[in-house]
Structure formats: structure tokens, C-alpha cells
Ligand binder design. Structure first.
Ligand code: ADP
Ligand code: MG
Ligand code: MG
Length: 874
């Protein structure tokens, strides 16, 4: 193929790299021809030709017709038969060949070239009228389904009726009379459905129309939709391959099948597949023939089977990947009709990649590139089996917010979940929405199902962070907590009834589906360790609890990138202490409460330092407006009033003076520390005391980093820094130990990014809080703006949800600027990201490119991040 605009390309002119021009099928046929695999000869009409056809208002260029004619002559010479010849006709397969994966067109037309008239002399010359009629029947069937869009089932029904009438169990056993009546019934069916029209009875017209139907199918509405959904460019054409037929339906020494060079479910190195005796390709997708396993092939065609195994080995070695191979045996001779990289399960993807490295077929680099991040996600979470899901009763559909699968008894409160857990009962926590109070209880449940919320970051990060699978946005669901009832549509469930939810697809099922454990095995560990050797980006975890930190460590985290210290106060006992510190009527009470808070924090930090040993642990100082701890605490106000001997009114007044209209832009982040310096000093002291204690115990130094949230200026940091330094020297004196630490700033307010140069004077590292940063840069609320994002995506204003995948042009540009400005001030400034985006492969790729040092994601996302970071560097 030398010409720039090539319309037709013989099999011996192409190669596997030419998929853009020849489509995947056409390229595979050319490549196999090139390397000497037995392929029926033919030629491919290129995508270029189809583009020309579309461009000309769906008209065939006479030049193209001319080229086809000359290629057809060449083909006639190679095969030694003439197209349209009544006795020894060349019959053709016309097969559309898409240039992109993932689509089965099912529009190939077989046995092109036969007509009602020529089928009889053909039958006579063969001495087998049954076979000739079968070929003609197949032509009618494939032509009508492909070119007239008729349903395959209409034809299958007729075949099945005929089989029943003749009492045969396989279409291969139909008699000559049966085939004759099939042809007749088909013709009636086709005419009836097309205003009397029937398939062309002139071979040349048949061929050209078949080719055109191949072009046209690429513009069919359902294919258009598919292309759009997969982001296939509008102007990508389709190729159409024209190839000599081989006949798997000829006799008892013929057949057809598909096989995989390795098991596509388990990854085992063993050729497997299905084989149909006395059958042709499209029988694979109809139930016209009974499949046999490949073993049966050995018995029927020992020679062809031996050749086939050899061909499979050659193809796998040549393509260096698992292949799915379509083949036919024509009177004992093997022909290969297509080869393609095989689809496979996540488990098979890991196993085959690792095996192929060990067989020296591919490099480690390639193995790492072959694993998809969504497959890794699938491998590390528990799940239901496909069969179980297919057989289960679907009761509702929501949005998958956190992956995994769970079954359990319905509970409506975290407390209920906790109690059941202590008795070993699994639960699904069903609630209208996830509130911060629900947070600490969520981990007692096995799954969480909410009526409200799209895939809000909130639900996803909370549930995902705790390894709880979660389905949100299930509006059909109403909860009657008092009666202990859950209604979903017409169905009613009581507290304690079992349901099952899948955080992979958002489905809710009645009853208990078996949960399959996450896949945890050697091959997976191996490929992940190879991935680690290719990446420069470090992967840390957002962990607020020792459990999360421990889980993340098992999954390969290299430190804690974000430990949110406020999370530790999200339970009633500690929230009460926090409330008392904030509302304290006297300095003495205040001091007492702050002291108590410190004890809690020392305990928390100690455990996390122990788990992380010498790995870095970034602890973020209190972030939310402390008024969040006062909401819904009316009962406690009463208790406090009596504890302190003051009026309830007084407590309430103090509380309402702290009330803020907009907490997300209120007295939060570093502003808390500036308003309550004693609380900030307490936190710093707790960190240093915990670090000192663990250092003494381990005889190794923990590596604490203190992260200041919601910073907008270097001056804020300077004030905070002084308090922290004082706390450090206090601890140094009392513990007689110096704790090394670094001080860093969150970059989550646009001003911080814009003044990064000044902030870096005080901060030794940056951590990009991309959730808040996105919210503030885009002016889009991180909770409850799902409807805007949805509409904007429909209207093509946004391509992706900016809260899931980093907005590189906007937020990303600001990050890039901040990193650069920060490093101008402080060349060795460390920078990382701790927002939800840190678990998203595309965002990770961006972070890698702009020179961040680490990403910090949820525990469960650590393997995905490790892989994505490696792929970004390869
Ligand atoms: P699809 O893209 O839908 O898989 P194909 O073009 O691969 O369609 O054709 C479907 C089946 O038709 C093939 O698997 C094969 O068995 C049969 N087939 C295709 N080309 C030929 C041929 N030249 N001779 C015999 N059978 C063929
Ligand atoms: Mg195929
Ligand atoms: Mg934030």
C-alpha cells in the first residue's frame, strides 16, 4: 500500500500496524497472510474508501468500483474459480472491519455470489444439493440481517421449526428437502418484510451492495451511539474485507469454532474454546449447532487440531498477547479467519501478564502497561459472582459510590450496625444521606445504601476510606425508621431482612448473595512490585484511623499523606469534650478539656506512628469550623449547664454566637488555630509527644509532618509556626528528645496557589487539597452540584466531573503555577496531592507530569495509584 489514498488493499499488501486503514479484522488477515498462516485469500476495501463514500453522499466512486473489479480478478486467479460461475463459483465473505476494539458488528455476509439460478448447477457440480442449498440459505440469512436489518431470530425460529418437524437435534443433520423448504420460507420471510424486495440475483450487484451495507452499518443509529459513548471520532471510517469462502458446513470433516490461546477467565495457559461440527461462522451466535469443546475436535480432525495448536502458538508468540482465534475446517483443512487480542477477566489479565514475562514473551514494562487500573480496583475488592448477580432479584439501582460487594441485615442506625457487628451479623446501613455523625458508625456496617446524593465525594470518600462499599442516589427508596421499614418501589423490607448491594454497579438485590473475597495472590504482588520499580511518584494514604493505615500499608502505601485530626472527634464521647473546650465558662475548664483532647490525640497519633514506623505521616491540624460540633447538641447543652452551674440559656447563647452561615468559608482551617491558639498548641504537642514515645519504644524515628489547612497567606503560617516551634521545645525539654518534623501548607484556596512563592518561605511542603480547590476555583459546590455537572456534561460544556477527574486546564494550571512558584522560593519543596483526585488514574498522570512528589489517596485506592503512577512514567 504505497499510495496515500488507498481504496483497496490485497491481503499480501498489508500488515498488523495498518488497523487505521484496514480495520482490525483486515489488518489481522493481512498480517497472518504475511507470516504464512493459512488464511483464505482476499482484499480489504479501506476506511479511506468508506470516508470517500460518506463524503460523496453515500455514492460509490466509479474508481473504487474499478479497483474492486481488478482485485476480484486477481482473487479469481489465486483461487482458481470465477465469481458468478454457475458450476464452480468463487463464493465470497464480505466482512465489515472496524478500526476500533470493543464492538461486534455481526454484519458479515457469507456465501456472496450464489443466486437462485446458479445454486442448481452448483449443486450438480458438487454432487451435494443439500450443501449447496445450505450455502444459499445462509446467504439469504446473512444478507437480509446485514443489509435489510432483519432480526436474526426470525430466521432462527424457522430453522428451529424445521428441526422439530424433522426430529433432528442439529441443523447439520437437516435433509435436502429441509434445506429446500428453508430457502423457500426465508424468501417468503424476506419479501414479506421488505415490500416484496429480495436479495439481488446478480452476483456483481450482490457484491457491491454487500460492500455498501458494510459502509452503511457504520452509520446505523445504534453504532453511532456506541461510537459516541466510546469517544470514537465521527469521521473515522470502516473497512470492508472481501475474502474467499471456506466451508465449515461442507461435510462430516468440516466445522468451525473460536478458541482462546489461554483461558480468558482464569488465565491458565491452555487453549480452550468451542467447536461446531458441520457448521459455518454465524452459527456460533445462533443456536443452530451444538457446541463441542475443542477436545471433540481432536477426535473428529486429528490433523487439523494439531495444526491449530501450532497456529495458536505462532499467533501468540507473534502478537505477544493472548489471542482469540476464529477458524474453520473445510474437508479436513484448517483455515484461520480472524485473530485478535482476547478480552479477559481481571484475574486472567494479571496471570497472563506475569506468565508471559516469565516466558520472556513480554517485558515487565509491557506487563505493567497491560494491566488496567479498573481491573486492579476490581481485584482488591470483594465482589459477587456474575452468575449470582444474574440469578438474583434486583430490587433497586443506585449510583456506585465505593467499590466492593456486601450482604447484610437492613439497619437504619450506626448504633444498630455496631451492635449487630458485635454479634457477628453483617449489616447494610440504609439511610437518607450520609451525615458526618454517621461517619464513625459507618465502619460497623458492611455496606451503605443511601437515597440521596450523587456520587458525592463525601459519601465516596467516607465509605471508600473505610473500605465499606456504598451505593448512593437511590431515589426509589423510602425509609420509615419508626416502623423499622424500608420501601423500595412496591416492595417492603423490615429491619433485619437481608439485602445485598454492589458498589461496582449500584445494584441492590433481595436476599444474601455470596461475597467473593478479594483476589490476593502472588502474581498480583509480583506485577505490582514491577510497577513500583517504574514510578517516581510516591503513593501515600489518607488515613484517619490505625485500621486504615494498616490496611494501606498492606496495599503498599509508603506513608500517610493526610491524617485528618478532626475525624477523631467524630464520636459522641470526644465530641462532648470538644464542645466543652469550645464553650468553657472559665479558663480552668477550658484547660482541663484541652488537656483531655490532648490525651485522645496522643493515643491516636501514637498508634499511627507505630504502624507507619519511619515512613512519613502527615497530620493535618483541625480543619472544620468548630461550630460543627455544636449542631444538634441541644441535649448536651442541658447537661453542660448543670455541670457548670450556669443557665442553659447562657450555654446556648455562647453556642449561637459561634454559629456561621457558611461554614465552608467560615472560621475553619488555619483560622481555627489562630482563634484558639491553645488548641493548636495542644495538637502540635500531642504530635511531638506521640512521636517521642514511639521513637523511644521503636528505637527508630517516626517522621511526622504537620499540615496546616485552608491557608491563604504566608503570615498565617508564620504565626502558627511560632506556636508549633514552642510546643516542640516544650516537648524537647520534658522528654529530652528532639523530634524532627516538617511544616507544610495545604494549597486549597486559590489565593494560596497564587501566593505560593511567599507561602513557601514558611512551608517546607505543599499538599494540594483539590476538592476545596476545585470547589473554589470553579465556584461549584463540592456537595450537591451533581445536577449541574450532569447537565454540563450532556451539553458538552464539561467532559468529565471535575470532582472526580482533575480539571487540568483550570485547577491544574493553578497547581502547576504553585509548584513552580513554591520551588523558586524553596528548590527542595515537596509537593503532593491529597484530594479525591489522588485516586484517579488520569489525575495521577497529570500530577506525575507537573512534578509532584507524591499522591495521597484512600487506602483501597493505593494499588490503583501505584499502577497509574507507574504507567505515567513508562
Ligand atoms: P464479526 O465481526 O461479527 O465477528 P466476522 O467477519 O468475523 O464477523 O464473521 C463471522 C463469522 O463468519 C466468522 O467467525 C467465521 O466463522 C465466518 N466467516 C467469516 N469469513 C469467512 C470465510 N471467508 N469463510 C468462511 N466463514 C467465514
Ligand atoms: Mg469475527
Ligand atoms: Mg479541604
Amino acid at each position: 500500500c504505497i499510495m496515500e489514498k488507498m481504496y483497496v488493499c490485497s491481503f499480501n499488501e498489508g500488515k498488523k500496524e495498518m488497523t487505521d486503514l484496514l480495520g482490525l479484522k483486515g489488518a489481522s488477515l493481512a498480517e497472518m497472510t504475511r507470516i504464512g498462516i493459512p488464511v483464505p485469500y482476499g482484499f480489504t476495501i479501506t476506511t479511506e474508501a468508506s470516508r470517500k463514500y460518506y463524503g460523496d453522499g453515500n455514492l460509490v466512486d466509479p474508481l473504487l468500483e474499478e479497483e474492486i473489479r481488478s482485485k476480484l480478478e486477481e482473487l479469481e486467479q489465486v483461487i482458481g474459480r470465477r465469481f458468478g460461475d454457475p458450476e464452480r463459483p468463487l463464493l465470497l465473505a464480505v466482512r465489515p472491519s472496524a478500526p476500533v476494539r470493543g464492538l461486534t458488528l455481526g454484519r458479515s455476509i457469507l456465501d456472496v455470489g450464489l443466486t437462485r439460478e446458479t445454486v442448481e448447477p452448483y449443486a450438480r457440480s458438487l454432487g451435494d444439493r443439500t450443501f449447496a442449498l445450505d450455502c444459499y440459505a445462509r446467504l439469504i440469512r446473512t444478507y437480509s440481517t446485514a443489509a435489510y436489518g432483519m432480526k436474526k431470530e426470525l430466521f432462527t425460529d424457522i430453522v428451529n421449526g424445521r428441526m422439530a418437524a424433522s426430529r433432528v437435534s442439529s441443523a447439520a443433520d437437516l435433509s435436502e428437502e429441509d434445506e429446500e423448504s428453508l430457502v423457500q420460507a426465508y424468501e417468503e420471510l424476506v419479501r414479506g418484510a421488505n415490500d416484496g424486495r429480495f436479495i439481488p440475483q446478480d452476483p456483481k450487484t450482490q457484491l457491491m451492495d454487500a460492500i455498501v451495507s458494510g459502509f452503511d452499518c457504520w452509520q446505523a443509529p445504534e453504532i453511532r451511539q456506541w461510537k459516541k459513548a466510546c469517544g470514537v471520532p465521527e469521521d473515522l471510517g470502516i473497512a470492508v474485507t472481501v475474502q474467499a469462502m471456506v466451508f465449515g458446513n461442507k461435510d462430516e470433516h468440516s466445522g468451525t469454532g473460536v478458541a482462546f490461546t489461554r483461558n480468558p477467565v482464569t488465565g491458565e495457559k491452555q487453549i480452550c474454546g468451542e467447536f461446531f461440527r458441520k457448521a459455518q461462522g454465524e452459527d456460533i451466535s445462533t443456536n443452530r449447532a451444538y457446541p463441542g469443546s475443542l477436545e471433540k475436535m481432536t477426535a473428529a480432525f486429528p490433523e487439523a487440531k494439531k495444526n491449530f495448536i501450532q497456529v495458536c502458538n505462532v499467533l501468540e508468540e507473534h502478537y505477544r498477547d493472548v489471542q482469540s482465534v476464529e477458524f474453520s475446517v473445510d474437508a479436513g483443512r484448517l483455515y484461520i479467519l480472524q485473530t485478535a487480542s482476547a478480552g479477559r477477566t481481571a484475574q486472567a489479565a494479571v496471570k497472563t501478564a506475569v506468565d508471559m514475562v516469565e516466558e520472556k514473551l513480554i517485558t515487565r514494562r509491557e506487563a505493567v502497561m497491560r494491566l488496567r487500573t479498573d481491573q486492579v480496583e476490581y481485584l482488591i475488592h470483594s465482589r459477587f459472582s456474575r452468575e449470582d448477580e444474574d440469578g438474583a432479584t434486583l430490587i433497586a439501582r443506585g449510583t456506585p459510590a465505593s467499590p466492593g460487594a456486601a450482604n447484610g441485615q437492613i439497619v437504619f442506625t450506626a448504633e444498630d450496625a455496631r451492635q449487630k457487628k458485635s454479634r457477628g451479623i453483617s449489616t447494610i446501613l440504609v439511610c437518607r444521606d450520609i451525615a458526618p455523625e454517621g461517619l464513625s458508625g459507618m465502619r460497623y456496617a458492611d455496606g451503605v445504601l443511601t437515597a440521596a446524593g450523587s456520587r458525592s465525594i463525601y459519601a465516596a470518600s467516607l465509605a471508600g476510606g473505610q473500605g465499606v462499599c456504598c451505593v448512593t442516589d437511590c431515589p426509589d427508596l423510602t425509609i420509615d425508621e419508626e416502623q423499622g421499614l424500608l420501601r423500595i418501589g412496591d416492595a417492603e423490607f423490615a429491619r433485619g431482612d437481608y439485602i445485598s448491594i454492589s458498589g461496582f454497579n449500584g445494584r441492590v438485590y433481595d436476599g444474601r448473595l455470596t461475597v467473593q473475597p478479594p483476589y490476593d495472590w502472588d502474581a498480583f504482588g509480583k506485577i505490582m512490585s514491577w510497577a513500583d520499580s517504574f514510578r517516581h511518584l510516591r503513593v501515600r494514604v489518607n488515613a484517619d484511623t490505625p485500621e486504615d493505615a494498616a490496611l494501606a500499608l498492606r496495599l503498599g502505601a509508603e506513608g500517610v499523606g493526610l491524617c485528618r485530626s478532626e475525624r477523631m472527634f467524630y464520636n459522641e464521647e470526644r465530641a462532648a469534650v470538644m464542645r466543652r473546650a469550645v464553650l468553657a465558662p472559665s479558663p480552668a475548664v477550658r484547660r482541663e478539656m484541652v488537656q483531655k483532647m490532648m490525651e485522645f490525640q496522643i493515643r491516636d497519633f501514637t498508634e499511627i506512628f507505630r504502624i507507619m514506623c519511619t515512613r512519613p505521616v502527615t497530620i493535618r491540624l483541625l480543619d472544620p469550623s468548630l461550630s460543627v460540633f455544636l449542631i444538634g447538641a441541644e441535649d448536651d447543652f442541658r447537661t453542660m449547664a448543670s455541670e457548670w452551674g450556669i443557665s442553659e440559656e447562657e450555654v446556648r447563647e455562647r453556642a449561637s454566637s459561634l454559629y456561621e452561615v457558611n461554614q465552608t468559608m467560615g472560621e475553619r482551617g488555619v483560622r481555627v488555630g489562630i482563634e484558639y491558639p491553645d488548641i493548636l498548641s495542644m495538637q502540635a504537642e500531642a504530635i511531638f509527644r506521640a512521636a517521642a514515645a514511639v521513637a523511644r519504644e521503636m528505637e527508630k524515628e517516626p517522621d511526622p509532618e504537620i499540615l496546616v489547612p485552608f491557608v491563604v497567606s504566608g503570615r498565617e503560617l508564620a504565626q502558627v509556626k511560632k506556636l508549633i516551634r514552642d510546643a516542640a521545645s516544650r516537648v524537647r525539654e520534658e522528654e529530652e528528645r528532639t523530634v524532627e518534623y516538617r511544616l507544610g501548607s495545604m494549597i486549597e484556596v486559590p489565593r494560596a496557589a497564587l501566593t505560593a512563592g511567599e507561602i513557601a518561605e514558611e512551608a517546607e511542603f505543599f499538599s494540594f487539597g483539590t476538592n476545596d480547590l476545585t470547589q473554589l476555583v470553579m465556584g461549584l459546590s463540592r456537595e450537591g452540584s451533581g445536577h449541574i455537572v450532569r447537565k454540563y456534561r450532556e451539553r458538552k460544556i464539561l467532559d468529565r466531573d471535575p470532582f472526580l477527574t482533575l480539571d487540568q486546564e483550570g485547577v491544574g494550571r493553578l497547581m502547576m503555577y504553585a509548584v513552580e512558584a513554591g520551588r523558586k522560593t524553596r528548590p527542595n519543596l515537596k509537593a503532593g496531592i491529597c484530594g479525591t483526585h489522588a485516586g484517579d488514574p488520569d489525575s495521577i498522570d497529570f500530577c506525575s507530569r507537573i512534578g509532584l512528589n507524591y499522591v495521597s489517596c484512600q487506602a483501597r485506592q493505593v494499588p490503583v495509584a501505584r499502577l497509574a503512577a507507574a504507567q505515567a512514567d513508562i
